[in-house]
Write a protein that binds this ligand. Structure first.
Ligand code: ADP
Ligand code: ZN
Length: 289
């Protein structure tokens, strides 16, 4: 048995899973302060005979092996969690190997291990929700680089006439600043879910997301792109995004996956369990499996 933790800014999903990614137990704990939230998670994992724990965590986080702050949550806007040694807390309490990666890399790992992207080596996973995050697998390996990719903050050209300033506290109108759920809410004055019947909202949203995907396709050459997160519950977005991506690429890239856009830009396939299943996989990898 493996422990799995999907650590999010609003909730912590704690689970027990097996080597096939089956989740057998699950407990959801609201994300309050570390002092309030970590002890009940430790109690949960202590009550099972787990060999390792995988943590897919909101960030930014320190993933650099050997760094003095490896396993810490670093410059998060959630101030109570800033500089929290999340890996160390569980390692000390449980005494088992801990696998650790970003939340989006967790979802990506779930999809390539047990989901529709199984067997693919070059996949990008983007989540569009309260924030925008992206995980990258290239040549079968998760990309970390100097930290981890932050695709959500890429700078994209503005559509003609759009002067909305965006909501990113760092960049204003970066991708996250323009397409996150809070950005939609600020622009239109109502929650994104309440704008379902306003086609112009989703047309603009899809345009900006497509710009980002085109940049990703041109730089990383992924075999598939998975788009998840709360905003993508607006399912009409997928067709709009595919169409804009095709238009923007303008036939320049001749590659078989691009000829079947419905299979190239896809929703997650694991019923919102991709993150927690990916955390199971992180636990297995911590044991060298
Ligand atoms: P988080 O990013 O916090 O992990 P989600 O991925 O669920 O959580 O994203 C939450 C965001 O998604 C909110 O800003 C919310 O407005 C937006 N959202 C949730 N459901 C919908 C929906 N059906 N249509 C459009 N936006 C939605
Ligand atoms: Zn930004």
């Amino acid at each position: 048995m493996y422990g799995a933790l999907e650590a999010g800014g609003t909730k912590m999903v704690c689970a027990i899973g097996d080597e096939k990614g089956h989740i057998t137990e699950r407990k959801v704990i609201p994300t309050l302060t570390p002092a309030e939230t970590i002890p009940p998670m430790i109690d949960f994992f202590r009550s099972y005979d787990i060999e390792a724990l995988g943590i897919a965590c909101f960030g930014p986080i320190d993933l650099i092996p050997g760094s003095p702050t490896y396993g810490h949550i670093t410059s998060t806007p959630k101030l109570e969690w800033r500089d929290t040694d999340i890996v160390g807390s569980f390692a000390e309490a449980l005494g088992i190997p801990i696998g650790f990666d970003t939340d989006v890399n967790g979802s990506l790992l779930g999809e390539v291990t047990w989901g529709s992207a199984r067997g693919l080596d070059d996949v990008v996973y983007i989540t569009i929700g309260t924030g925008v995050g992206g995980g990258v697998m290239s040549g079968g390996r998760l990309v970390h680089g100097m930290l981890h990719p932050e695709l959500g903050h890429m700078i994209i050209p503005r559509r003609d006439g759009d002067i909305y300033p965006g909501v990113c506290p760092y960049h204003g109108d970066c991708l996250e600043g323009l397409v996150s759920g809070p950005s939609i809410e600020r622009r239109y004055g109502v929650k994104a879910a309440e704008l379902a019947d306003r086609p112009e909202v989703w047309e603009l949203e899809a345009y900006y997301i497509a710009e980002a995907l085109v940049n990703i396709i041109l730089t990383l050459s992924p075999q598939r792109i998975i788009l998840g997160g709360g905003v993508m519950h607006q399912e009409q977005l997928y067709a709009l995004i595919r169409s804009h991506v095709s238009d923007m690429l303008a036939g320049y890239i001749q590659a078989a996956p691009l000829s079947d856009m419905d299979r190239y830009i896809v929703p997650p396939s694991l019923n919102d369990d991709q993150g927690i299943m990916g955390a199971v996989r992180l636990a297995m990898e911590a044991l060298g499996q």
